[in-house]
Design a protein around this ligand. Structure first.
Ligand code: SF4
Ligand code: SF4
Length: 181
């Protein structure tokens, strides 16, 4: 096993063992995971320059952090989300914990980011419509907010999913068994 692979596995184990306080301290509060995302079957998940209404665009912090999980479009970033890939940018604190500092920081001008409620009704219809062939025909339709380079932001998340997901789940299952003892 290469040293690099061993090092990444060590970091995955460390993250999996973290208590809540330590886990939270790894988050850089960059707010990037609170941008809405749009998934295309063939091309994956893109970020948009539209943020959840609860994201403070100046501080990049959540206005309702302690109650955020009551929102339908919010999910806790836990080890499963980290391992699943596709959601977190290369500069996410959890990605950097595992892989080290990202070489290509994401450039997002939060001054141009809109909140969900600022979208035009037609955009909202489009965003909330079931994912049908019609959506593909209309692509990109009113989604002027897509950040096309955003696929490249997630190379680390994809590497984690493709190479380390099984290992990570094995660690998580081990941790769960330990807790039950
Ligand atoms: S509710 Fe969730 S998605 Fe929305 S800003 Fe808060 S943490 Fe981000
Ligand atoms: S992208 Fe990562 S570091 Fe940034 S707010 Fe989300 S979980 Fe925290």
């Amino acid at each position: 096993m290469s040293d690099n692979k061993r090092e990444i596995q060590k970091k995955i184990i460390e993250l999996s063992r973290m208590d809540e306080l330590h886990w939270e301290s790894v988050c850089k509060c960059c707010g990037l995971c609170c941008l809405l995302k749009h998934t295309r079957r063939t091309q994956g998940t893109f970020y948009t320059s539209v943020a959840c209404d609860e994201l403070n665009l100046s501080t990049h912090k959540c206005n309702v952090y302690n109650h955020r999980l009551q929102r339908i479009n919010c999910a806790k970033v836990d080890m499963r989300v980290v391992l699943r890939g596709g959601l977190l940018p290369n500069t996410c604190g959890y990605m950097e914990y595992i892989f080290g500092p990202a070489q290509t920081p994401i450039q997002v001008d939060f001054g141009t980011v809109k909140h969900e409620h600022e979208l035009e009704p037609s955009d909202l219809d489009y965003a909330q419509a079931p994912f049908t062939a019609d959506i593909y025909r209309r692509w990109p339709g009113p989604w002027d907010y897509l950040i096309p380079a955003s696929l490249q932001w997630r190379t680390r998340a994809i590497e984690l999913r493709d190479k380390y997901e099984d290992f990570g789940y094995m660690v998580l299952r081990h941790m769960e068994r330990q807790k039950q003892k």
